[in-house]
Design a protein around this ligand. Structure first.
Ligand SMILES: *Cc1c(COP(=O)(O)O)cnc(C)c1O
Length: 465
């Protein structure tokens, strides 16, 4: 590196002009977030052309770069920190966790090992204990902190694969699938797409899964689950991504324990029901499972990205994910990379820890139950306006239909264009439906009513077309 560019970087760290600019731009963005268009305007999308430029030949200016990003980038964001984004299952963000992120960004910690970041190691341990307690998981459970449920599901099924093969006398890491005994994977036809992805990545083959039908709410048909045995991995769901429905963990968990089968629970957003007194019954029996995957960035409203794998059997998880190298020094302390597929990782634990500490047990209960109440309000007001609600609103998801698929489809498009709120579409029992996911702390009762008005308006335009 030439002295010239190094000097400039030291200057930037000393003077902090770019950081001041970033702060001002971020504050302006936050101040506008409650009122701006939820989806970018056509002009904002067109202005993205300003980024179509050749890779610069020489170093640029930090403040110029920020200015460009704020001017053309900020307007082309989807407003996920306001209260009227109901697409995917996207949480908002707790301000305290953003502040923690700003500080810890300066720390730039890499967190594979205790020796790489003692503070991250300690907070992973603390957070692991808090999560066990909050969600009522077994004392032996350990946590791995990853980017989201896509990866935490993968970790849970990798641990299951490791343990079930080991019981059959097979070391899957060394011997692979050639000549391996056969493991069974049993999952619901309503399992999330990332479950299928993990199954594919782990070499089981999607077509080899025993796919079980779901009932009208999207719960696995408990009675249709075949006899389980010690070679079986059963994948259950806490929170169907469309309907929000929960599988019957109690009876299937008992059956699995009696058969020594492994149960993984995909609880991406729904596992948090266990932390809310009024909703905890939905998760009865989750403690009978062997591994649980869930997100911080959905229901808990941490910044992206934040996913957690928890596993009853530490050895199964560590043996599945373990890596070695002459320069890797494991310690007596917690070494995070033993619980994750990655080695280098950003220090997302600070935000997750801060979210739990900021809210506390009562705040988490309030957040989770509040999402449910807003979803119920949504369903009630939409029904009153003549929309059809297709699911029992047990958690935060609402499935909505107009009189015909065509009307529903047009209504979705018009709502999205309105900028008033944002909802996506999905298919539910052979029908086109609007999918509402209430997932942000920032959504107020007034936001729900305002969004319902946008639904009514859009449907009336669709009807007049
Ligand atoms: C969102 C979701 C996933 C995937 O989680 P990511 O954090 O997006 O990787 C898996 N399962 C369910 C039920 C989900 O809602």
């Amino acid at each position: 590196m030439t002295d010239y560019i190094r000097k400039r970087m030291f200057l930037e760290l000393q003077q902090k002009n770019a950081f001041d600019d970033a702060r001002d731009a971020a504050y302006a963005y936050a101040d506008a977030a409650l009122e701006r268009n939820v989806f970018p305007t056509p002009q904002a999308i067109a202005d993205l052309a300003h980024f179509d430029e050749p890779l610069p030949d020489r170093p640029g200016d930090a403040q110029d770069i920020l200015r460009q990003l704020d001017r053309y980038g900020s307007p082309a964001t989807v407003d996920q920190i306001g209260g009227r984004y109901f697409g995917l299952v996207n949480g908002g963000v707790i301000p305290a966790t953003l502040a923690v992120r700003w500080l810890t960004d300066f720390w730039d910690q890499n967190t594979p090992l205790y020796l790489a970041s003692p503070v991250a190691s300690r907070l992973e341990e603390v957070t692991e204990g808090w999560l066990r307690q909050l969600l009522g998981l077994p004392e032996s459970s350990v946590a791995g902190f990853v980017s989201g449920s896509s990866l935490s599901i993968f970790c849970g099924l990798a641990a299951a694969r490791q343990r079930n093969f080991a019981r059959l006398g097979w070391d899957i890491n060394r011997s692979g699938f050639i000549d391996a005994p056969r493991l069974r994977v049993v999952a619901s036809q309503q399992a999330h797409g990332t479950v299928s992805k993990a199954i594919a990545l782990l070499g089981f083959g999607i077509d080899n899964v025993e796919w079980i039908a779901a009932d009208g709410q999207g719960r696995i048909e408990t009675d249709a689950v075949p006899p389980l045995d010690a070679s079986t991995i059963l994948v259950l769901q806490a929170g169907n991504v469309n309907s929000g429905a929960f599988d019957d963990f109690e009876s299937l968990g008992r059956r699995a324990r009696a058969a020594d089968a492994w149960v993984h629970v995909d609880g991406a957003f729904g596992l948090w029901a266990a932390a809310a007194a009024e909703l905890r019954h939905l998760t009865n029996g989750i403690e009978l499972a062997d591994s649980w995957s869930f997100d911080g960035h959905k229901t808990l409203n941490t910044p992206y990205d934040s996913g957690v794998i928890m596993c009853r059997d530490r050895d199964a998880l560590v043996n599945a994910l373990h890596a070695a190298g002459a320069y890797i020094t494991y310690s007596e302390q917690r070494d995070g990379m033993l619980h994750t597929p990655e080695m280098s990782r950003r220090s997302r634990i600070f935000e997750l820890w801060a979210a739990l500490k900021y809210l506390g047990k009562s705040g988490i209960d309030d957040l989770v139950y509040g999402l449910h109440l807003r979803a119920r309000q949504f369903a009630g007001e939409l029904e009153h306006e003549g929309f059809e609600i297709l699911n029992d609103v047990v958690f935060n998801q609402v499935l909505v239909a107009c009189d015909s698929d065509a009307e529903t489809e047009q209504t979705i498009g018009l709502i999205q264009q309105s900028g008033e709120c944002w909802v996506g579409g999905t298919a539910w029992r052979q029908r086109k439906v609007i999918r509402v996911s209430v997932c942000s702390w920032a959504t107020t009762a007034a936001d729900v009513s305002r969004s319902v008005r946008a639904f009514v308006e859009a449907r009336s335009v669709a009807r007049s077309n």
